[in-house]
Write a protein that binds this ligand. Structure first.
Ligand SMILES: C[S@@+](CC[C@H](N)C(=O)[O-])C[C@H]1O[C@@H](n2cnc3c(N)ncnc32)[C@H](O)[C@@H]1O
Length: 279
């Protein structure tokens, strides 16, 4: 699991011999571990000692690579971490019985989304067809194929991320029911086929609602993610979804709504489960 932990006395002990006392207080007390890669938040004051600090964390925690925490951005949701220790951020992370192979330096894997990955494993039903429009490395749809025994079409536009998606399908032995496409989901030709559509993307997800509706079968469920300013909640993001759906001749029913995590100050990442019907 991607986990947050408390600083180990051993780290403090080793670094106390090497760094000025006031810096010891600033050592990161929390970090995220994905497979055998560590993501460490470091204050600017620690900059001159960052490599030395990273090496001690790596040795005490037994990881091969340490990255400095950065921001996730852009269409492909790529990370921009700084490599502090080691040279290889490709790892296999195991969560909820699923093997996720990824390059932690370039592909996002949010520990805060774990509840949603576990929930998707439970909502999927054997034999139903799920179309994952923003598959990434299979974050949400691998659990649906592995635990839910659903059939999955996973669409991922980034060629680099797609390589891991394909590997993960094999690693988790779901080749018989999960197929991956390295295309922009707007170019996916399937219409009226999915029992369930995953829209695991934030920021501009509303732009993809018409495509999701055309992929969905009558009565299908769409899991619609987006980021929402707190002042617009709880109206949004459902209201925008319903408005766009109605403009395209669909009626919608809200089944469920969950806050996944705080995305930025005053902004939340929310998922709404919506059933869609043609008018
Ligand atoms: C946030 S990540 C996926 C995470 C996963 N769905 C989850 O919620 O944990 C979104 C992925 O969508 C991909 N993507 C962005 N635009 C796309 C498009 N138009 N078609 C297909 N994939 C796209 C990005 O490359 C990225 O890997």
């Amino acid at each position: 699991m991607g986990k947050t932990q408390l600083i180990k006395p051993r780290i403090r002990e080793i670094l106390s011999r090497e760094l000025p006392g006031e810096l010891i207080q600033m050592l990161p007390k929390h970090w995220v571990q994905i497979g055998d890669v560590l993501i460490l938040p470091l204050r600017p004051e620690l900059e001159p000692h960052k490599h030395q600090i990273a090496e001690v964390y790596a040795q005490v925690l037994g990881v091969k690579t340490v990255l400095r925490k950065g921001r996730i951005g852009g269409e492909f949701r790529e990370t921009n971490y700084e490599l502090l220790y080691g040279n290889d951020a490709i790892t296999v992370h195991v969560e909820n019985g699923i093997k996720y192979k990824l390059d932690v330096a370039r592909i996002m894997f949010s520990p805060a989304n774990v509840k949603e990955r576990v929930r998707m494993a439970k909502v999927a039903k054997p034999g139903e067809l799920v179309v994952d429009m923003f598959a990434g490395i299979g974050h949400l749809s691998l659990p649906m194929a592995v635990h839910g025994k659903a059939r999955v079409i996973a669409i991922e536009k980034s060629p680099y991320t797609f390589r891991f998606l394909v590997e993960n399908i094999e690693l988790n032995r779901v080749q018989d029911r999960m197929t991956a496409y390295n295309i922009d989901n707007r170019d996916f030709p399937g219409e009226d086929i999915a029992d369930r559509v995953l829209m695991g993307y934030v920021g501009k997800t509303h732009e993809f609602i018409p495509k999701a509706l055309s992929i969905a079968k009558e009565g299908a469920v769409i899991h619609y993610h987006n980021t929402v300013p707190e002042r617009l909640m709880p109206r949004e993001p459902f209201e925008t979804f319903r408005r766009i759906a109605r403009e395209h001749g669909y009626e919608v029913e809200k089944l469920n709504e969950l806050v996944i995590k705080r995305y930025a100050p005053g902004v939340w990442h929310v998922v709404v489960d919506v059933r869609v019907f043609k008018k």
